[in-house]
Design a protein around this ligand. Structure first.
Ligand code: NAD
Length: 420
């Protein structure tokens, strides 16, 4: 188990415990939410292109389904571990509660690197994993979505496997979200998380009197979330001056074209080589950029007590899950740097996943304008409820987001009761 995933799990649990005692959470609700409802760990063999067999380890953690079916991404990465998915599944429960969606929280994945395999092997791994999951997923029970290392193609394979194995029913499409539009995905799903993070940022900027035109921003991670956030910020007139991903760090005070970089990354799977003259070796230069906004869109625990002091941004937007450790957060808040927390900043993905699920169940296709308008409406409502709590109770936006989510779950538990 990697140190990073342990830290993520501990960080989520610490924040949950802090808020539970702050709101004096009902004892039975506290006990129920402190553990996932189910932890599934499976090993399955897959035939490789050379005829040999390799054994893979997959996970699905179902944290809570009080508000609706379990919902959460599938992460394919060598770093995936039980603790990592447990932490991420709890975050999904809180995120769906904060967004007021009729969905619960889950997360899963396979511990392997898809980049080390051919498309044919990746397809067989995904289909065999779906078979091994069996009825632990389903359109009314547990609905996966893309996450790190997976995309619409992987969701199409999961949906097709499930449909052929069990259903052959119209609603089978809703077994996963984040599918390609051709296979029943929603328009606007791929951009939803990155755009959603920027919609929160826009509200913050408006309320803080910070103009977006001419503002500078740095971004870590230029995959699905990072590239869409950068494209939207560029459209709003802000300038990208620094990017870091797993291949390189690029710094250019005159500005980097997010559009050109996104096209480059599509082909080269990383930012390395886009502007070699502006690549730097020392990542500390990235963290210490004099920018208005820092968008974290790569992975967990990247801002720690070791680099928090370097950061000079006015606002951090957590597109990724758990990118700032609890110790780093204390340092940043002390310096007056505000943080739009993950469960708020990156909820756009699960909101449009919910829209996709609704469309699939009703055999509907919504327009891009409808999806974007509804996304904005939900996000802005959540943003303002968090800001209001933070202001009234003099707590951070993260604490306020946890308060809102936990109190919603508590209210529903107390009204429904625990049966039998
Ligand atoms: P992705 O695989 O498309 O992109 C990941 C990015 O992170 C890539 O640019 C990669 O180069 C970078 N990265 C990986 N390891 C790194 C490292 N060690 N240092 C620097 N950069 C590194 O993944 P994504 O879907 O964009 O997800 C990014 C984050 O956002 C994850 O934390 C994920 O859980 C979260 N998230 C994603 C969605 C979604 O809809 N895709 C929704 C909510 C949250």
């Amino acid at each position: 188990m990697s140190d990073s995933s342990t830290k993520l799990y501990e960080g989520v649990c610490d924040r949950f415990e802090q808020t539970a005692s702050y709101v004096n959470l009902d004892a039975k609700v506290h006990a129920i939410l402190s553990q996932p409802k189910a932890e599934l760990m499976i090993h399955f063999p897959v035939k490789m292109d050379d005829g040999s067999y390799q054994l893979f380890k997959g996970y699905r953690i179902q944290h809570n389904n009080l508000l609706g079916p379990y919902k959460g991404g599938m992460r394919f990465s060598p770093e995936v571990s039980l603790d990592e998915v447990k932490g991420l599944a709890m975050l999904m429960t809180l995120k769906c509660a904060l967004a007021k969606l009729p969905l619960g929280g889950a997360k899963g994945g396979i511990k392997y690197n898809p980049d080390d395999h051919s498309p044919e092997e990746n397809q067989r791994i995904t289909r065999r994993f779906t078979l091994a999951l069996g009825h632990n997923i389903g359109p009314s029970y547990d609905i996966p979505a893309p996450d790190m290392g997976t995309n619409a193609q992987y969701m199409d394979w999961i949906m097709d496997t499930y449909h052929n194995l069990y259903g052959r029913k119209v609603e089978d499409k809703a077994v996963v979200t984040g599918k390609s539009v051709a296979c029943g995905g929603s328009v606007g799903r791929a951009s939803a998380t990155g755009f959603g993070a920027v919609y929160c940022l826009e509200e913050w900027a408006r309320e803080s009197g910070q103009p977006l035109v001419g503002a500078k921003f740095a971004i870590q991670g230029f995959g699905n979330v990072g590239s869409h956030a950068a494209l939207k910020l560029e459209e709003l007139g802000a300038t990208l001056v620094a990017v870091n991903d797993h291949t390189a760090t690029l710094i250019h005070p005159e500005g980097i074209s997010a559009k050109a970089l996104a096209e480059y990354v599509q082909q080269h799977r990383g930012i390395k080589g886009f502007q070699p003259d502006h690549e730097v070796d020392d990542i500390r230069q990235f963290w210490s950029q004099d920018v208005e906004f820092l968008v974290l869109a790569a992975m967990e625990n990247v801002v720690t007590k070791n680099n928090a002091d370097l950061i000079r941004a006015k606002l951090i937007v957590e597109g990724a899950n758990g990118p700032v450790t609890t110790k780093a957060e204390a340092i940043l808040l002390d310096k007056g740097i505000q943080i739009i927390p993950d469960i708020l900043a990156n909820m756009g993905g699960v909101i449009v996943s919910y829209f996709e699920w609704v469309q699939n169940r009703n055999s509907e296709y919504w327009s891009a304008v409808t999806v974007d308008t509804k996304l904005r409406e939900k996000l802005i409502a959540a943003y303002h409820s968090v800001v209001e709590i933070a202001g009234k109770q003099n707590v951070s936006m993260r604490q306020a987001a946890y308060v809102e989510a936990l109190q919603h779950l508590e209210e529903v538990y107390l009204k429904r009761g625990v049966w039998p």
